[in-house]
Design a protein around this ligand. Structure first.
Ligand code: CO
Length: 226
């Protein structure tokens, strides 16, 4: 417990600072939760949702797991999704991957880490699905970067195919699923140009996003570093 004193101290300072800036901040926060965004990201400690987007407590609902996967039988993720869409009525769902993802690297290299291998098997399915594209990558680094991007695109499709999103769109609810990727080396999030806001045209949007990934080293070409 004593080892964690500094965390309580930092917490006290943060609370004071927030109340100095806005005396009613916590009073308002305690009374209602109405975030516009659901963040589905990696558990990686270097990819914190609020800091990256500059959003305050109360502004983003968060689900994180190893390698930002959306698996159709994962009750945890599906429950977060259902609550966010049906109850909180978020407008945007951000699936956010990141370059240098340990989960993606482990899956790519067939590492044996234990139970988590079964979870990472979903990324190996993505790798297998896009083997032709990945095999064409000139370097291992670029292949892993592309796999990080493809994994996000696939998870956006998975979110869009859940009963939660399908039913929300059926009743005309305004909610869009986006795919982003975050660079650990520059702190910047990039859009992967897959935004799905209805059942119509989902496949075309997905195909276009995959085609963008397919251009080797696209990130270098547009002047952004991965
Ligand atoms: Co990661």
């Amino acid at each position: 417990m004593s080892d964690l004193k500094h965390l309580f101290e930092q917490n006290r300072l943060w609370s004071e600072q927030m109340r100095t800036e806005n005396p009613d901040f916590f009073k308002r926060l305690a009374s209602i939760q109405s975030p516009e965004y659901l963040w589905i990201g990696c558990s990686d400690s270097r990819v914190p949702a609020n800091q990256i987007t500059g959003l305050l407590p109360g502004e983003v609902f968060v689900h994180r797991n190893v390698a930002n996967l959306v698996v159709h039988s994962d009750l945890n993720c599906l429950s977060v999704l259902q609550f966010a869409v049906d109850v909180l009525r978020v407008k945007h769902i951000l699936v956010v991957g990141h370059y240098g993802c340990g989960g993606v690297k482990a899956a790519h290299e067939n590492l044996r880490l234990g139970l988590v291998d079964n979870w990472l098997r979903h990324i190996q399915d993505v790798r297998q699905k896009h083997a032709r594209l990945l095999d064409a990558c000139p370097t291992t680094e670029s292949r892993i970067d592309r796999l990080c991007e493809l994994n996000v695109v696939e998870q956006v499709l998975n979110v869009s195919q859940t009963t939660v999103l399908q039913e929300a769109w059926n009743r005309g609810q305004d909610v869009t699923v986006h795919g982003w990727i975050f660079g650990l080396d520059n702190g910047l999030a990039q859009d992967l140009y897959i935004s799905i806001c209805s059942r119509d045209g989902m496949q075309d949007i997905y195909d276009a996003a995959i085609a963008r990934v397919e251009i080797p080293d696209l990130t270098e070409k547009v002047g952004l570093t991965a």
